[in-house]
Design a protein around this ligand. Structure first.
Ligand code: HEM
Length: 420
């Protein structure tokens, strides 16, 4: 087995790398399984990422497993505990941080509702949400796509999917923005006053959702929220308890907002950078799903997530000691030249598009993938149907958010004409 070398120079988490990560990903991929300090490993090759995701018996993404590992506190374990995305998803009911049998039950419950077939009823509603958002800016000839379109789109989609009423939505959006801010801000970036405000906002938001839960208990409706409240988990012969309900709602919201909005902004950026593709799609809208898929591959909104080694394990000839933290880098796997032909080229006609790692794989495969794909298809169809001559405005700085987990532009200003 290969002697473990430490490669501090191959650290993709430095702020300057977060802006332009792909060259660094390439160097790491070439080096193989890389250890950047005494507890963290980077997994970047397509086959290795596939292995880690497949072998959930060897690699956990559940913090409670750390106790089961009975490790001495070490650097990796501490970091895993502190990660905001782990900390905020620690409630039970949160799909990414639960294990079988609970995880299996939650997936059985939500999977059919969020499948392409289960969402058929919802597509006209998504179209309506999107058209209303476009109506609000179409006469201006200019739009900031993230805050005026993509972010509200994901929030309205979440609330409408659950069956939440219109009058509650403005309050809801503030809570969602706050939740996203607290999730994606790099640790230590927020001052303590803002941290407290965000914490309060999160509690208020949860209270609001739980009030709605109470209302639905008294007055059930034919909607997803009522279904989530009443559904009996097969294995336990009981519905979700309060904490599970909170966890489920929080992860559906967090999983579905920032990711999807970044897909929209990066997708538009890619289209404007590739006018030949834009032209092709304008002539044939049936290419939009392929375009969305390729955008997700080349600019993956979820760049990386963590796993923890449950046992000593070998990957690609490198020993990963039990307890180590592994960063599974979906974005790097999505550009691995051993898997993709000319991976840095944006090409919507790739034959291997379905193999994307953008939504992960296996047990924790993104349960929202069909919804995200539908939102992408409907959003680009409506935008390209209604706006002509879309171009970047000169207000753009094209800078990305500071997170190494979620990749997305801070702003995306566009100018356009209204199609008549
Ligand atoms: C473009 C949009 C999206 C991207 C790129 C994305 C990406 C991902 C990825 C990579 C994972 C796998 C995590 C892992 O390996 O541990 C995941 C899981 C998950 N996603 Fe998404 N996601 C998107 C949209 C959504 C939407 C719309 C929802 C909500 C309906 C959602 C809810 C979830 C949930 C609940 C999980 C956890 C599943 C589990 O652990 O069983 N995601 N997502």
């Amino acid at each position: 087995m290969e002697q473990m070398k430490v490669h501090p120079e191959l650290n993709p988490f430095k702020p300057e790398i977060v802006e332009e990560p792909y060259e660094m990903h390439e160097k790491i991929r070439e080096a193989g399984v890389v250890r950047i300090d005494d507890g963290r490993f980077l997994i970047t090759r397509f086959e290795d990422v596939d292995f880690v995701l497949r072998r959930d018996d060897l690699f956990a993404n559940v913090p409670k497993t750390l106790e089961q590992l009975s490790l001495e506190a070490n650097h990796a374990v501490e970091e895993f505990r502190e990660m905001p995305e782990i900390a905020s998803a620690r409630e039970t009911g949160a799909l990414p941080s639960s294990d079988p049998p609970e995880h299996t039950e939650y997936r059985k419950m939500m999977g059919p509702k969020l499948s392409a077939r289960g969402l058929t009823w919802f597509e006209p509603k998504v179209e309506e949400i999107i058209d209303n958002l476009i109506d609000a800016f179409i006469d201006d000839g200019t739009v900031e796509l993230s805050s005026q379109f993509a972010t509200p789109m994901t929030v309205y989609v979440f609330v409408r999917l659950l069956g939440i009423e219109d009058q509650d939505i403005p309050r809801m959006k503030i809570w969602v923005d706050d939740t996203i801010e607290s999730m994606s801000a790099a640790v230590g970036m927020l001052d303590s006053i803002r941290m407290k405000e965000l914490e309060l906002s999160r509690k208020e938001f949860m209270n609001f959702l739980m009030e709605l839960v109470e209302q639905r208990r008294k007055e059930p409706k034919d909607d997803l929220l009522t279904f989530i409240i009443n559904h009996e988990l097969d294995a336990f012969k009981r519905p979700l308890h309060e904490q599970e309900l909170q966890g489920m709602l929080t992860t559906l919201l967090m999983g579905g907002t920032e990711t999807t909005l970044n897909m929209i902004c990066s997708g538009m950026w890619l289209l404007l950078k590739h006018p030949e593709t834009m032209e092709e799609i304008q002539k044939d809208f049936s290419l939009i799903p392929q375009f969305v898929e390729e955008a997700l591959r080349i600019e993956s909104p979820v760049q990386a997530l963590a796993r923890q080694a449950i046992k000593d394990t070998e990957i690609d000839g490198v020993l990963i000691p039990k307890g180590s933290l592994l960063w599974v880098m979906y974005a790097a796997a999505n550009r691995d030249p051993n898997h993709w032909k000319q991976p840095d080229d944006f090409n919507i006609h790739r034959t291997e598009l379905q193999q994307t790692m953008a939504f992960g794989r296996y047990v924790h495969y993104c349960i929202g993938a069909p919804l995200a794909r539908m939102e992408g298809r409907v959003a680009f169809t409506s935008l390209l149907n209604r706006l002509a001559n879309i171009r970047f405005s000169d207000k753009n700085e094209f800078t990305h958010g500071a997170s190494h987990v979620i990749r997305g532009f801070k702003e995306m200003w566009l100018n356009f004409e209204k199609k008549v």
